[in-house]
Design a protein around this ligand. Structure first.
Ligand code: ATP
Ligand SMILES: Nc1nc2c(ncn2[C@@H]2O[C@H](COP(=O)(O)O)[C@@H](O)[C@H]2O)c(=O)[nH]1
Length: 212
């Protein structure tokens, strides 16, 4: 897969994954409201819109034929089949932002997250865990936009997904929302400082001044 994103892209890439219903969209939305330097990438999907979702806001909703044409054109940074539908992050959605120094967050599943890490090892992978299986089911039910059989599929898939958390850089338990949001903010802040230090370390000026 060709991509122009490199270790030296000035923006930071954050990847947030979680089993469906754990609260990743709610957390990322709250994080974006607090952090003007962060932008979320809008994925493409073949799933039908849910509830009040709008094309171009939550997702780009496309047919399977269109999605497969994009795969053939190598338009995706990553893509995966999740709960029976196709989802992907288009390169166009994030490359320009990263190149301009904006930080980007991807809300994607673990398969996509691991693909991104292979292509871009500097990406920070964060896995959100629900406090329990019962609470996960309750959150999916309370959200009220997912059919009972789909909830069961998502609960079954959640076991496989949670087993992948060990490959991530950070794990956040979303029990109390404000605590999880605080953890997420702290991770983003710490990673920015880390990569800023690494970039400075590489800069010729820094070396010339003998500061590293
Ligand atoms: N800490 C929390 N305590 C209680 N409810 C929560 C918490 N975090 C999120 N929720 C609620 O749980 C439901 C699922 O959250 P959300 O839609 O953000 O999950 P998600 O991981 O993005 O799911 P999906 O992958 O299906 O989009 C929502 O109704 C949300 O308001
Ligand atoms: N690999 C990718 N996974 C994605 C992407 N966008 C969303 N997702 C994941 O799909 C499931 C289900 O989402 P839902 O909106 O139908 O509830 C969830 O885990 C998302 O994170 C993507 O671009 N690539």
């Amino acid at each position: 897969m060709n991509t122009s994103i490199t270790h030296d892209s000035p923006g930071n890439l954050f990847v947030v994954a979680a089993p469906s219903g754990a609260g990743k969209s709610s957390l990322v939305k709250a994080l974006l409201e607090l952090d003007a330097k962060l932008a979320v990438s809008v994925s493409h999907t073949t799933r039908a819109p849910r509830g009040q979702e709008q094309d171009g806001r939550e997702y780009w909703f496309v047919s399977e034929a269109d999605f497969r044409a994009k795969i053939a054109h190598d338009d995706f940074l990553e893509w995966a089949q999740v709960h029976g539908n196709l989802y992907g992050t288009s390169k166009a959605a994030i490359e320009a932002r990263l190149a301009h120094g904006e930080d980007v967050v991807l809300e994607i599943d673990y398969q996509g997250a691991l693909q991104v890490k292979k292509l871009f090892p500097a990406a920070t992978l964060i896995f959100i865990l629900p406090p329990s299986w019962d609470e996960l089911r309750l959150r999916l039910q309370r959200r009220g936009d997912t059919q009972a059989d789909v909830i069961e599929t998502r609960m079954a898939n959640a076991r496989t997904e949670v087993a992948q958390a060990r490959h991530f850089d950070f794990v956040v338990v979303n029990a109390l929302f404000e605590t999880a949001l605080f953890d997420l903010k702290a991770i983003v802040h710490a990673q920015r400082l880390k990569y800023a230090a690494q970039l400075r370390h590489r800069s010729a000026v820094f070396q010339a001044l003998n500061l590293c």
